[in-house]
Design a binder for this molecule. Structure first.
Ligand SMILES: NC(=O)c1ccc[n+]([C@@H]2O[C@H](COP(=O)([O-])OP(=O)(O)OC[C@H]3O[C@@H](n4cnc5c(N)ncnc54)[C@H](O)[C@@H]3O)[C@@H](O)[C@H]2O)c1
Length: 353
């Protein structure tokens, strides 16, 4: 296993000034910025204004959306980079959400056996989750993240001003991961995400720092890092079922649902305080509106659990919290227990009649 170094993270309205200094120090032979057409429109001007004395840069633009996170687009990017004369000492700057940082990270990692890249996440999900942890990937034949690698950016630069243009739905999607990090981290962040007040911006800082701490302790996902799957087992079953039913639900909504459903299991199996679940229910019901979807049948979700990559010998394995800040990974949960938790959670939330 090759040694893994951890990239520094710069946060705040001065973060892009640090990127300028980094580029000046680095003196790359070429610089390209990867954007999708939304981040080109919403973020590129602020980026260009904030990065001082930028060397000449090339803009690489792809269509927005998960469909661009694929091998065909990656191959087009390599070709464009070669035509632009970007050599081995060039740098790729990934300016966008998790789609751009995943795609751009793998594109740079494989181009000419690997060029340096940095992430400038512009979505909340990118800032607190996707830009950290060294996982880069593309989807193949509809299977998410099928081809990928661990590849670390040189640094991550987070300027929260980018969030000003982020659509509300995307903001909510990212906030589900902040809630997850709060439940896992405990302490101040847990109280913040479980309160019904307007979120404090410093929650973002604490949320990404928590992910970085977990990843630093287990960079190649050999144990501890599995806690970051909290909410994703039942959430992913819901997301996959609704996708198949052709009424897709944003990932973050499904994660919010999963966090709630799995918290019921945590009460039953690990003795999580029921008061925490009451607060979590209030937060999720007030932030996430499930009224746009017909209530799914619990039985339709169960087959998806069989495909979950965390399963072992018939039982579903989950990351649950025994208390705020006390996650437990690899908890065996029976299908009957999943059925009970899903039924209970469907009952609690409002669905389209
Ligand atoms: N590598 C990891 O560890 C990791 C972790 C979680 C998720 N992911 C991946 O991240 C992706 C999801 O990330 P995402 O939710 O950021 O999706 P995304 O990158 O598709 O961004 C969502 C939408 O918001 C737009 N957008 C982004 N920033 C904006 C801004 N500041 N203003 C206006 N519009 C903006 C994008 O153009 C897009 O339309 C998925 O592909 C997922 O697999 C990776």
């Amino acid at each position: 296993v090759k040694p893994v170094s951890f990239p520094p993270v710069f946060y705040g309205e001065e973060a892009l000034v640090s990127l300028s200094s980094w580029l000046q120090h680095k003196q790359p032979e070429g610089v390209a910025v990867l954007v999708d057409s939304n981040t080109k429109e919403a973020c590129l001007d602020l980026f260009l204004e904030s990065v001082e004395d930028l060397p000449p840069i090339e803009i690489l633009e792809v269509d927005p959306g998960e469909d661009s996170k694929c091998m065909e687009v990656m191959a087009q990017l390599w070709q464009a980079m070669a035509e632009l004369g970007l050599g081995r000492k060039s740098v790729l700057i990934n300016l966008g959400g998790g789609m751009i940082t995943d795609l751009g990270g793998l594109t740079a990692h494989l181009y000419m056996r690997g060029i340096d890249f940095v992430h400038v996440p512009t979505s909340l999900l990118g800032m607190v989750d996707a830009a950290h942890g060294g996982k880069v990937a593309v989807d193949v034949g509809g299977i998410k993240n099928l081809a990928g690698h661990f590849a670390w950016p040189e640094a991550v630069f987070i300027d929260p001003r980018f969030l000003e243009t982020l659509p509300t739905l995307e903001w909510k999607s990212g906030w589900a991961e902040v809630i997850k990090h709060g439940l896992l981290a405990g302490g101040w962040l847990a109280q913040e995400v479980l309160s019904l007040k307007v979120p404090d911006a410093s929650a973002i800082e604490r949320a990404y720092a928590f992910k970085c701490e977990v990843v630093a302790a287990d960079p190649l996902e050999e144990g501890l890092r599995a806690q970051l799957n909290a909410g994703h087992t039942l959430g992913h079953a819901l997301e996959s079922h609704l996708m198949q039913r052709q009424t897709p639900m944003p990932h973050g909504f499904a994660v919010a649902f999963g966090l709630l459903a799995e918290s019921h299991l945590a009460v039953r199996k690990l003795g999580l305080d029921p008061g925490t679940v009451v607060r979590l229910t209030q937060v999720i019901a007030s932030l996430y509106d499930f009224n746009g979807w017909v209530r799914p049948q619990t039985e339709d979700l169960l087959p998806w659990l069989q495909f979950d990559k965390k399963n072992r010998r018939g039982s579903v394995r989950m990351a649950l919290i025994a208390a705020l800040g006390k996650p437990q990974t690899n908890v065996a949960v029976s299908l009957d227990e999943c059925r009970w938790a899903l039924d209970h959670t469907f009952e609690q939330l409002e669905w389209k009649s």
